[in-house]
Each structure stands twice: as C-alpha cells, then as structure tokens.
Design a protein around this ligand. Structure first.
Ligand SMILES: Cc1cc2nc3c(=O)[nH]c(=O)nc-3n(C[C@H](O)[C@H](O)[C@H](O)COP(=O)(O)OP(=O)(O)OC[C@H]3O[C@@H](n4cnc5c(N)ncnc54)[C@H](O)[C@@H]3O)c2cc1C
Length: 276
C-alpha cells in the first residue's frame, strides 16, 4: 500500500486525481480498524494530517468553524467550545478514551456516518453545516443532507470534508447529552440522546432532540419537539414526549441490545430532562 502525506490542498487535489481509488485517512481510528479487519482493501491511502487549513478552530459571526482534521482532544481543550458549545463538549468527552481522542478527528466521526457516532446527535440539534471542498471549489451542506445512511455520505469523488460550521445556540439554557453503553468508558453507544431547550418564564419555547443508535441514521422527532413547546419542563409533559420519541425511533436488535430495549431507553432518556 502506498501512503501519501500532502502538505497543501493543491497537492491533495493532484493526488486524488491521480489515485481515484485512494482512501482518505484522518486519525485512522476507524479506517485502520476496517483495513486490519480486511473489510476494505486500498491500494493507496492519502493522509490529511499535514493540511493546515483542516487544523484550525475559528469563531465567525456567532458560529464556530472547526477544521475537519482537528482532533477530539483539541476540541475538548478549546475554550470557545467549552463556553458556547457545552453540548458538543459533552458528546466529544464521551467518545472512546483519551488515546482514541488524541488521534480521532471530528471530520472522521462525521464521515464514518455511523448511527452510533457520538458527536452526531449533538451536531444535528446544533444545526451544523459542512463545508465540502474539491479541486472544483466548495459547497455547504446541512449535516442531515450529508449523512444518507449507515456509512453512506454525500461526499463526491475527489471531495473531502474540510470544516464543520456550528452555530452558537444562543438562549438555549439546557444543553444535554447522554450516552448509554455496555460500560462507562470505551463503549459504542446502545442509545444516545442530545437535547437543546430554550425556556422563557418557565415554559419551553423551543426544543430540539436527536437520538443515536436507534435507526439507520440519527433520528429527529418534530412531533416530540412540538409536544414540549409551551409546557413546563415537567415530568408530566415529558411523559408525552417520551411516548412520541418511542414512536419515532426505528431501532434494530444487535449484539449490544434488543430493539425493544433501545426503544424503551430512547423514551426514558427524555424523562431525565425533568431532573435538570
Ligand atoms: C478503541 C476505539 C474506540 C472508539 N470509540 C468510539 C466511541 O465511543 N464513539 C464513537 O462515535 N466512535 C468511536 N470510535 C470510532 C472513531 O474513533 C471515531 O469515529 C473517530 O471520530 C474517527 O475519526 P478519525 O479521524 O480516526 O477517522 P478515520 O479513521 O481517519 O476516517 C474515518 C472515515 O472517514 C473518512 N474521512 C475522515 N476524514 C475525512 C475528511 N476530512 N473528508 C473526507 N473523508 C474523511 C475516511 O476516509 C474514513 O472512511 C472508536 C474507535 C476505536 C478504535
């Protein structure tokens, strides 16, 4: 296998043009596992780690632009993430272990497009947009349109994810993330849940929910969100929302949990909001 480490985007475009079958590697924590398990065979791998434009975190007009090659450890250490995006911070902190987070990138978690990707529920409710770059230029896509199924994305040939643009959720006082795995650390999620809630005068004005590991992609439920709006964040109101959540998810049974268990937990996680 040939491995290339381009140091500029122009060099990357040339390599992608010369090696259309090449795989792209960021931190390698998904790709190398898949190669070593023999699930993929790549003649050429092109690494993104030396591309400076993919390594920056920059605020811009009430959004944060995070380069796709930024590691999860750097995201956890960033003060703007800490202050403005505590939901993203919580979800990144739950992913893998410090060793994994030192290598793994945000772009890699998104492009793997796993329904269990831990940053995805948070990025969905935050309304993240993706900047996709190629030799032809750039296009911006909402995350929901980018992820098309398990392991399936809208990335075109010769294109990479170059950055993730995340709006600051102004006024959303509740930013909650919970992940249930088979153990507390280094576990793939059985169910995950992200919530953003804005209240006024003790009533919910706007709610955004997303669940992971309970469908082919991240699951949203506009019905559950609407059912909470105008109500207090009480157990009574959340019980109705939990029922709608259980109706919205489409879990499967696998080695980690049964579909029934996942459905029940997806609703139960909503109830936790009453205790915040
Ligand atoms: C021990 C262990 C524990 C883990 N625990 C968790 C966990 O708890 N939760 C979780 O969600 N994940 C977990 N993972 C999976 C993995 O660490 C994450 O998905 C990680 O974010 C992947 O990032 P990466 O940079 O390593 O991606 P890579 O492995 O480099 O790439 C992953 C895929 O994305 C593509 N890709 C990467 N970057 C780009 C880009 N910028 N543009 C286009 N395509 C790109 C690659 O071609 C590849 O197909 C774990 C992995 C390991 C090995």
């Amino acid at each position: 296998m040939k491995v290339h480490l381009p140091e500029s985007l122009d060099a990357l475009w040339d390599l992608l043009d010369q090696h259309p079958q090449a795989g792209i590697m960021a931190g390698g924590t998904d790709l190398l596992v898949s190669l070593r398990a023999g699930k993929q065979h790549l003649p050429t791998v092109i690494c993104l780690e030396r591309l400076a434009p993919l390594q920056t975190i920059e605020p811009l007009d009430q959004t944060l632009r995070i380069g796709a090659g930024v590691t999860l450890t750097r995201i956890l250490e960033n003060s703007l993430v800490h202050t403005h995006l505590p939901l993203l911070h919580k979800s990144v902190a739950s992913l893998g272990s410090p060793l994994v987070r030192n290598m793994a990138t945000l772009g890699g978690n998104i492009c793997t497009a796993s329904p269990a990707g831990d940053t995805l529920p948070a990025l969905y409710v935050l309304g993240a947009k993706l900047s996709l770059a190629s030799a032809k230029g750039r296009r911006i896509l909402p995350l929901e349109s980018f992820i098309q199924g398990p392991g399936k994305t809208a990335l075109a040939k010769g294109e990479i994810l170059d950055s993730v643009i995340i709006p600051f959720p102004a006024g959303f006082g509740v930013q909650h993330f919970e992940k249930l795995g088979q153990r507390n650390a280094l576990a793939i999620s059985v169910v995950s849940f992200a919530a953003l809630i804005r209240t006024q005068d003790n009533l919910v004005q706007r709610a955004r929910f997303a669940w992971g590991s309970v469908g082919p992609t991240i699951v949203r439920s506009p019905q559950a969100e609407k059912a909470l709006e105008g109500n207090p964040l009480s157990l009574e109101a959340l019980l109705r929302v939990a029922d709608l959540a259980r109706a919205a998810v489409e879990p499967i049974t696998d080695v980690r949990a049964s579909a029934d268990y996942r459905r029940r937990v997806a609703g139960n996680m909503v109830l936790r909001l009453a205790a915040l």
